[in-house]
Design a protein around this ligand. Sequence first.
Ligand code: ATP
Ligand code: MG
Length: 535
Amino acid sequence: MKTFAEFDLEPKVLQAITELGFEEATPIQSQSIPIAMTGRDLIGQAQTGTGKTAAFGIPLISKISRDEEKIAALIMTPTRELAIQVAEEIGKLTRFKGLRSLPIYGGQDIGRQIRGLKKKPQIIIGTPGRLLDHINRKTIRLDDVQTVVLDEADEMLDMGFMEDIQSILKLVPEERQTMLFSATMPPNIQRLAQQFLKNPEHVSVIPKQVSAPLIDQAYIEVPERQKFEALSRLIDMESPELAIVFGRTKRRVDELSEALQKRGYSADGLHGDLSQNQRDAVMRKFRDGSIDVLVATDVAARGLDVSGVTHVINFDLPQDPESYVHRIGRTGRAGKEGSAWSFVTPREIDHLRLIERVTRHRITRKPLPTLAEAIEGKQRVTAERLMDTMENGELNEYKGIAIQMLEQYDSVQLLSAAIKLLTGEKKDSEIQLTPEEPIRVKRRGGKNDIRSGRKPSGYSGNRGGYGGGGGYRGNREGGNREGGNRGGYNSGGYKGNRDGYGSREGSSYRGGERKSQRPADGERRTAKQEDSFDI
Ligand SMILES: Nc1ncnc2c1ncn2[C@@H]1O[C@H](COP(=O)(O)OP(=O)(O)OP(=O)(O)O)[C@@H](O)[C@H]1O
Ligand SMILES: [Mg+2]
């Protein structure tokens, strides 16, 4: 492990790193920072929660002078929440150096952004759609940009931002440094890298398994209609500090967060149809702990870093294995432990096996929590609250009545009654969720084909795939996007049609449609997608 002092950083940057509490550099930081400081292009891959933001942030800010009045660095992220979060981290890193950075994302008042731009920020962190709006309005000029970072580049491509990214990159001077970072590196990224990076150095810190080792992974087999009961029992049993529950669709998220609230949990929902103000408010509440369950679509799957997230629950399995890795990576961050639970309907077991194969990690089967376990969990939390109050509370005012009652009643009876009262009766309101169709693996070819995919052409070695051993070498884009198989792990084995998974929409994703509609920034694109898998 290296300390940051070994990187030849200027004192003001070092001071900011110390202030953030970073003592040692994480492996991706140790490897990337020295290379990035030389100005070379870089492709960085490391597990979720291992400090990729600072891995590109530190070299990026080191290159910029405080007196610079033009935009010198551009960071692109797939979602608005991520733009805000990365901007905050960059803000902390530049605290003492005094650089100016600004997040630019859809949904926020453009006038406000224009006012921010007038202050001549040197670093812009934005989502592609809104960035392009500013470029077209000439409120952002990229003529002096020296560093470009694509964070979660694969997700940006999946969201259909390829053309926007291309348009933006064409406006940045060729003489620049380009860095691309992600936890997963599906092959479509290689195409983008070939097009826009110059002789990039690959830095990958990927152990045998793709997901972070500090995450305990389990699944519960449960029929669709029992999922909600399973969720409330699981939350009771585990009593998470903070939990993120992922649902497949926006409707699902709305229904789930409402149902959880009805049952007395402090939960709220996050998805792409909410106004930006609503999204910001929900994230704020989750970050400060005034809600402890965040129900979200995949809009929250990538990059989000909220400390104290102890549990990720996949109420619905994600469409693809990469998404699984990113979702569960919202816990087990920065050296902390976390648990990930997935609900799997009997018809989705094959899909779970696919996730296991691709991530090279066995997911342990656990039984549905029993009512007794749920009750026990709630009682444990109540007991902990009682002890906390005992240790920290000003209790003198209560002692008189306590002594009186103890003289009259048995102490065990009395305390039991207090615990019962504090635990609270569960409000057993009838909950009806609209059922979701199971996700199914569509197979073509032999059953082991996932391991025998062909190498993406023009790319040597298996660096871009998962892990080092060539297990997953699917061509995610399927090489056949126009034909409609957008998400095919096109290595012969698994040809999932991401948009449709068969019955829902068929293979309806066509290039033409995509071109005709520019998306709302930070959202998924086509009208068809809006109906179902839009996040
Ligand atoms: N060297 C370090 N020491 C301690 N904590 C660190 C260090 N570097 C980063 N962190 C903290 O670790 C957390 C995760 O970092 P970050 O969000 O950059 O991870 P990531 O690798 O980008 O994850 P993801 O793949 O989910 O985007 C952050 O809270 C960050 O402040
Ligand atoms: Mg990140």
